[in-house]
Design a protein around this ligand. Structure first.
Ligand SMILES: *[C@@H]1O[C@H](CO)[C@@H](O)[C@H](O)[C@H]1NC(C)=O
Ligand SMILES: *[C@@H]1O[C@H](CO)[C@@H](O)[C@H](O)[C@H]1NC(C)=O
Ligand SMILES: *[C@@H]1O[C@H](CO)[C@@H](O)[C@H](O)[C@H]1NC(C)=O
Length: 344
């Protein structure tokens, strides 16, 4: 690992932290809590508690976190970088919290996300917490914890001021290992996603941070089997881009129709595609093979994790950090292109 990369790493982190603290003292409202829903991009350990063997619970996952945490990468996820940016603690996995701990921690946020889950109930519903169940977890949090300690009005205020990160949809495109994207599927999936966003809204959520779907056609598990090896599946990316276009339209529609609904849309796909197409610009040397290919083709961990785009099928911490900078500092992939904390 080059010390230059380490230096960049801590510099960017320091800048993020400084911005977080500087803005905290401004008169702009502080976001009290970050509630996280979705899949492996943001899961912080819920899958420890559902059936199935999860490699992310073991070394070398979490190697740059100090210990495996259930995160599907070597270090921090995009949800962690969002928490740093907001000046909040990392949202802990809901299923890992004891009742007493839930009580203490709930006011700064909880993570309900589950690796392998999708928007649809038929997506990995035996080995993941499906989105409907994640939302039920939040509903239980309101009833069993928030309303026990706070007045109804205070809970409503807290929920309406909190940020809801929702990152899902990629796993839905695969059923039992087979790609099922199509024009019709994109329309169906967006309708189903709308139902879940409306459910969160009905529970009082107002501020949403929504990632679009990453280019699964470029994931190592796909490109390893393509000809030539390393080539993205254009068919997959095309049908996912159909969904992604509809997603942005849906968010604007909800903002127009629902009083108080406000969103930040984050172009996760663009962030990954830009690194994939121009890796050198970002200090990435290997943009198609995974750093930790153990589950994909059985090899050992790469020597320098900071120069890889993918850890397994998921981005490395370095790539999550580049995403954070592009979104929060450069305003290049997140809309509206302004200071998210002040906007929200
Ligand atoms: C899980 O998936 C199966 C098969 O698609 C379906 O029949 C079942 O209703 C799903 N379970 C839940 C809780 O949605
Ligand atoms: C899923 O795929 C496996 C292997 O291709 C197959 O044996 C199994 O029948 C499939 N299950 C369903 C529910 O389609
Ligand atoms: C991803 O982003 C690229 C560049 O912005 C775009 O051309 C492509 O259609 C997008 N793909 C998906 C899956 O959204």
């Amino acid at each position: 690992m080059s010390s230059n990369n380490d230096l960049n790493h801590s510099l960017i982190l320091t800048v993020l932290l400084l911005i977080a603290f500087a803005t905290k003292s401004e008169e702009s409202k502080q976001i009290p809590a970050l509630y996280v829903f979705g899949d492996s991009l943001v899961d912080s350990g819920n899958n420890h508690y559902v059936p199935g063997e999860d490699p992310q619970n073991y070394f070398p996952y979490g190697i740059d976190f100090g210990t495996p945490t259930g995160r599907c990468t070597n270090g921090k996820t995009v949800a962690d970088f969002l928490a740093i940016y907001l000046g909040l603690p990392f949202a802990p996995a809901y299923l890992g919290l004891s009742r007493s701990k839930r009580k203490r921690i709930v006011t700064t946020g909880i993570n309900y996300a589950s690796a392998g889950s999708g928007i649809l109930p038929d997506t990995s519903n035996k080995t993941s917490v499906i989105m409907d169940e994640q939302i039920k977890g939040f509903e239980r949090t309101i009833k069993e914890i928030l309303l026990k300690g706070l007045s109804k009005e205070a809970v409503e205020k807290h929920v309406s001021e909190s940020l809801f990160l929702v990152s899902s949809g990629v796993n839905d495109h695969f059923k039992n290992g087979t790609f099922r994207g199509s024009r019709k599927f994109a329309s169906y999936l967006i309708k189903e996603f709308k139902i879940r966003l409306l459910k969160l809204y009905s529970l009082g959520a107002r501020k949403f941070f929504v990632n679009n779907v990453p280019p699964a056609g470029c994931f190592p598990s796909i490109t390893l089997h393509s000809k030539p090896i390393g080539k993205c599946s254009e068919k997959m990316n095309k049908w996912i881009s159909f969904y992604n276009k509809k997603l942005l339209i849906l968010l604007h529609e909800l903002q127009t129709q629902l009083p108080g609904f406000i969103f930040v849309h984050s172009d996760l796909n663009k962030s990954i595609m830009e690194i994939s197409e121009n890796p050198n610009k970002y200090g990435i040397v290997e943009a198609s093979k995974p750093c930790c290919p153990r589950n994909i083709n059985g090899n050992d961990l790469c020597a320098n994790r900071n120069t890889y785009l993918f850890f397994d099928d998921h981005p490395t911490e370095r790539v999550n950090q580049i995403y954070a900078k592009k979104c929060f500092i450069d305003h290049a992939i997140c809309t509206p292109r302004i200071n998210i904390r002040r906007f929200l």
